[in-house]
Write a protein that binds this ligand. Sequence first.
Ligand code: SF4
Ligand code: SF4
Length: 206
Amino acid sequence: MVGTGILKGMVETARNFVGSYTDEARLTTVEYPEERVPLQEATRQFPFLVHDGPDAHAGLRCVACQICEKECPPQCIYIEKSKDKKPDYLGKPQFYPAIFDIDISVCMSCQICVEVCPFEAIKMDTAFELSNTDRFGGLLWHKEDLAKSNEHYHKIHPTEATAVDERLAAEKAKAEAKANAEAEAKARAAAEAKTKAAGATAPRAT
Ligand code: SF4
Ligand code: SF4
């Protein structure tokens, strides 16, 4: 029948109109800030530095390689490398950032710093209520403000953080297996050299 499509469309529009007032799942407006919509896992605002364990300095994953500083499009990351080293998650001595600042007023939340970091050390936070009356000091975040635990990372991005943990654990297991194999080979070579030396100095039968 001519006009059936128009009628169907109008019924659908009316259903949506009434539903948007009566169906709780479709009430998209909330009374913020008292009421809050749960954030999606992919939400991103500004970067933070991940640390493992309770000590933010000892567990900081960042090794001050400065790749993120070079790649940041608006150049809002400032890093100064330490003079000494501390062990990373593999126990390997690494530099760490003596200074790591991000100017949040310039950051455009592009996540490029996260993508280029080879150490899973910098991730995007979801915090967004960051207004401040100090335009300069208040929005220049230092290492102490940026460092957040791996538990925080799991809380805001559980799927991603679990995948990262698995990757780091696999890398650690591989590094440990390699170190054990090297130590065993070294011990075997030393034992062989000792046996050889003992054979060479033993008195010959006449
Ligand atoms: S999110 Fe983008 S703009 Fe912000 S610090 Fe990282 S690379 Fe720079
Ligand atoms: S956050 Fe990552 S890329 Fe940036 S300096 Fe630290 S280790 Fe390097």
